[in-house]
Write a protein that binds this ligand. Structure first.
Ligand code: HEC
Length: 145
């Protein structure tokens, strides 16, 4: 291959790249541009029960409709290491079998930084960020264990 044909090949290659680049800006081009607009997006909305905003709304509604116990179960994930998956206790006391009112009262005390048992310090940072809703949700779940 001589220099001239090398240059020619190079020019053809670059023109090709420019052509491909320009063509992907062409709105009529239907190749894979990783882009879904117009009819494609309408179809996607049909397949996915609405657009992105609707999907987010459905998610939020599901969350709002979730029962307190279900939300409490989610939150309880961070308690398992110390209180056991079924509230059977371990590092912390057994929680299973306690009433919702008891759980709320105890967590409220920890949240306020009150000492209950010798190891209350372990519960202060856990209870501190809890909202009243969190307390109710956790109590709803724990009292079902
Ligand atoms: C790092 C370990 C640890 C984690 C995590 C933890 N706890 Fe505790 N928990 C304890 C200990 C230890 C006690 C006993 C504290 C005391 O002496 O007052 C306790 C006490 C409690 C009590 C009072 C029990 C009773 O009958 O006196 C409740 C209710 C409680 N925890 C709920 C929770 C909940 C709900 C979570 C999760 C959001 C949680 N704990 C996470 C260690 C933990």
């Amino acid at each position: 291959m001589n220099t001239t044909s090398l240059i020619a090949a190079f020019v053809v290659l670059i023109s090709g790249l420019i052509w491909v680049g320009m063509d992907s800006n062409n709105a009529d081009w239907t190749g894979n541009r990783n882009q879904c607009a117009g009819d494609c997006y309408e179809q996607w909305k049909t397949d996915n029960a609405g657009g992105i905003a609707e999907m987010e709304q459905v998610k939020q509604m599901a969350l709002a409709a979730a029962s307190p116990a279900a939300l409490g179960e989610q939150y309880y994930g961070q308690c398992i290491a110390c209180h056991g998956g079924r509230g059977e206790g371990g590092i912390g006391p057994m929680l299973a079998g306690q009433t919702a009112a008891d759980i709320v009262a105890k967590l409220t005390a920890y949240r306020a930084g009150q000492e209950r048992g010798a190891q209350s310090a372990l519960m202060y940072p856990v209870a501190k960020p809890m909202s009243d809703n969190d307390l109710d949700n956790l109590a709803a779940f724990i009292s079902s264990l």
